[in-house]
Write a protein of this length. Structure first.
Length: 132
């Protein structure tokens, strides 16, 4: 269900941008998804394809996952998020509320939960192409 809500929000945002830019038809939308969101890309793609209509009927959605890179504020260690290193319950919590990542992951070098997410969080529209 998370992916369907995301798809609806993407369609809504693209629709607003298309209207503002005077696009009669949207042809291509590039979406970036941070790995911490743990979005099931196949489900998101399916949801987007099911929601296409009107000025979106011919749109091609491309989705790129951005790897999550973290950096410890205590020791400076950088590392990448690995879903395989956490249990299913923790992964599910992070999936729905990525901001909780600090409660489930610690620096692999010093064990501190005080780290910064350098990249790999959020969902954003990279570009929208269409016909005026």
């Amino acid at each position: 269900m998370h992916e369907w809500a995301l798809a609806e929000a993407i369609i809504s945002s693209v629709s607003q941008i298309a209207e503002k830019e005077g696009l009669k038809e949207v042809r291509e939308v590039k979406i970036k998804v941070g790995e911490l969101q743990q979005v099931e890309v196949e489900i998101l793609e399916f949801a987007l394809s099911e929601l296409k209509m009107g000025k979106f009927k011919n749109v091609k959605f491309s989705i790129e996952t951005v790897e999550a890179e973290l950096q410890c504020r205590v020791c400076g260690q950088k590392w990448f998020f690995s879903r395989e290193k956490i249990d299913e319950e923790s992964a599910e919590a992070i999936h729905f509320v990525p901001e909780t990542v600090h409660a489930y992951i610690k620096c692999p070098k010093c064990g501190s939960p005080d780290f910064e997410v350098l990249r790999g969080r959020g969902v954003w529209l990279e570009s929208i192409r269409g016909v005026k």
